[in-house]
Unconditional design. Sequence first.
Length: 135
Amino acid sequence: MLAVGVGFFGCPSRAGLALAAYLAVLFVFGIALGIFGSALVLRLGPAAEWFVWPIPALLSPFAGVFYPIAILPGWMQVVARLLPPAHVFEGMRAALAQQAAAPGTLLWGAGWPSSIWPWPAGSSPASTATPCAPG
């Protein structure tokens, strides 16, 4: 996709490297959102699909997919700053405009989920997992 952007639309190739990093973070967020949706359906049953399908539509106004976060009302900006895609799309806009992105947009977008994960001190997913009984 980046090659198409550079070749057909004149996207600066220097921005392509930055866009690749932002797209990777966006990809990981999409995977996490998919796992969350799948977990809801597996836990609550097929009827929970009605909860899962609107999630992207409810997040997109806050993520700033189509417009900058700065034009949102104040309370929506607060919510948007908590979502990794908002930082990713702001950084992508800056890269395409050949401007410097705000410091930490990529790190905030990539590091936010791991910084709030409720692991108890000294534990990790591997240490809390229980092995499956053969059977």
